[in-house]
Design a protein around this ligand. Structure first.
Ligand SMILES: Cc1cc2nc3c(=O)[nH]c(=O)nc-3n(C[C@H](O)[C@H](O)[C@H](O)COP(=O)(O)OP(=O)(O)OC[C@H]3O[C@@H](n4cnc5c(N)ncnc54)[C@H](O)[C@@H]3O)c2cc1C
Length: 429
């Protein structure tokens, strides 16, 4: 980023993506500080609703509902600062060409992206508008690229190496947004007639497991760290069920209603004022997995989505439509798998252990191409995050990081360990 250019840019757009919050949003805070007038924009790309190469759309009903919550609340928060959120049902390249031509925009601010398609969108916006200054500032991860003590092309090959290097790094402070935002597009916003909102409403399910938005995110943060749950996280995190057995921060992290830095500061406060033990460390450990997959996605780009992953050779598995549909619908005959899949379909959430079990069944028992499983998760999960989803699927399929071949979970043993009395299966089957 060229700071000297930044100082001359006065009429700009803030492009919200997976950073749907005002607090600790470095890119947004910078835009509000530097611009005389600021238009806040969100683009809902219609492509997300089209059937993709895996026969399913990217955006399913549970995430659509959560996204709607996020957009409504973000608009309300911006209104309190004299602005509003302009939501376009169009791809970002078209939206920004329009805005630049019609509204004398001379700069665009946005959050740094880590996944291939999102980075391509960003590059295309830049290429189509060469006279505009485009600033990309990171706030989705714990560390910035400058914090990392290695170049991206020297990225550690395994999570363990990554963790050992990053564990001791200092975290930056969490920043609060206070500035008044001076401008919005007059009269443009009408939530009732907005195409993007209507499109989302058509897909969104009525009821949601969790409410979107920065307020709900902070409430969950507050509730979780006011309880005893963090001090026993390591013992409970592998449970298939139970709201307080894991943090449930993933919903809000994936949409950017909260930053990982905000979570870490709350965790550190808990360690100082309540208790510090192996469990509290393990919350950080899991956030480092998230961190690892973000940089991994940035490094590997398109290879995150290839059948052979980041490895040299493709797997020999095939595709059987009937097995795939049975898995999606929770009708494989493996009770533990079916219960987890039915939970996913009904709620848009599945525990980490559940995700490992059903993904293992997909690639091992059913011998299916792992990318179809990942695409189904993408459609169904509220907390879908490109890097975490495709990175974890690659890992389990044995074509990703730290490859020791496919991870195979013994379904009988998993059932005995995690649902010995059959309560979870009774709930969902
Ligand atoms: C096949 C598969 C697909 C997955 N897809 C996603 C996805 O699309 N989005 C997503 O956020 N997570 C994904 N995960 C990781 C993990 O299952 C969820 O983050 C977790 O279950 C969310 O619940 P929680 O917030 O209560 O997690 P907690 O156990 O409380 O963990 C705290 C936080 O650490 C991070 N985290 C924990 N485990 C992982 C992990 N294995 N990889 C990356 N980050 C992790 C998450 O941000 C999580 O919110 C996937 C895991 C698997 C095995």
């Amino acid at each position: 980023m060229d700071i000297s250019k930044e100082n001359h840019s006065k009429n700009g757009v803030y492009w919200f993506t997976n950073d749907l919050r005002l607090s600790d949003n470095l890119a947004f805070i910078r835009a509000a500080q530097n611009l005389d007038s600021l238009i806040c924009v969100y683009c809902l790309d219609p492509q997300l609703l089209d059937t993709n190469e895996f026969g399913i759309s990217s955006l399913g009903p549970h995430r659509a509902k959560f996204l709607l919550d996020n957009l409504f609340e973000l608009n309300a928060s911006l209104e309190a600062y004299g602005s509003s959120l302009q939501i376009y049902f169009s791809n970002p390249v078209e939206v920004f060409s329009y805005l630049v031509n019609e509204h004398k925009i001379n700069s665009i601010y946005t959050a740094k992206q880590f996944a291939y398609r999102e980075i391509e969108d960003f590059k295309k916006v830049q290429e189509r508008n060469p006279s505009i200054d485009v600033f990309e500032i990171g706030s989705h991860t714990l560390f910035s690229i400058d914090d990392l003590p290695f170049e991206l092309n020297e990225f550690p090959a395994t999570f363990t190496k990554f963790r050992k290097i990053t564990e001791s790094l200092n975290l930056r402070e969490s920043r609060v947004f206070t500035k008044v935002i001076p401008s919005s597009l007059p009269g443009m916003m009408n939530f009732e007639n907005n195409f993007a909102i209507q499109a989302l409403k058509q897909v969104a399910s009525l009821h949601g497991l969790a409410s979107g938005g920065e307020i709900a995110a902070n409430k969950q943060l507050q509730n979780y760290f006011s309880s005893k749950s963090p001090a026993r996280y390591k013992k409970t995190r592998n449970s298939l069920d139970g709201w307080s057995n894991s943090t449930k921060f993933s919903f809000w992290l994936a949409h950017g209603c909260i930053s990982p830095i905000q979570i870490m500061h709350k965790l550190q406060e808990y360690e100082v004022t309540v208790e510090k033990n192996e469990s509290t460390y393990w919350i950080y450990f899991e956030l480092l997995w998230r961190e690892y997959f973000q940089w991994y996605a940035l490094l590997h780009g398109k290879r995150l989505f290839l059948h052979k992953g980041i490895q040299q050779h493709a797997l020999g598995d095939s595709f059987n439509l009937k097995s795939y549909v049975n898995w999606c619908e929770g009708r494989t005959g493996f009770e533990i798998v079916d219960a987890c899949m039915r939970e996913l379909n009904a709620t848009g959430y599945m525990s980490n252990r559940g995700r490992q079990i059903v993904a293992s069944c997909f690639v091992n028992e059913l011998n299916l191409d792992w990318r179809y499983g990942a695409a189904y998760f993408e459609h169904m999960l509220i907390d879908y995050d490109v890097a975490s989803n495709w990175g974890n699927w690659q890992y389990l399929a044995g074509v990703g990081a730290d490859s020791q071949g496919k991870r195979h979970f013994n379904l009988e043993k998993q059932t005995a360990a995690h649902d010995p009395e059959g309560k979870f299966r009774d709930k969902w089957l």
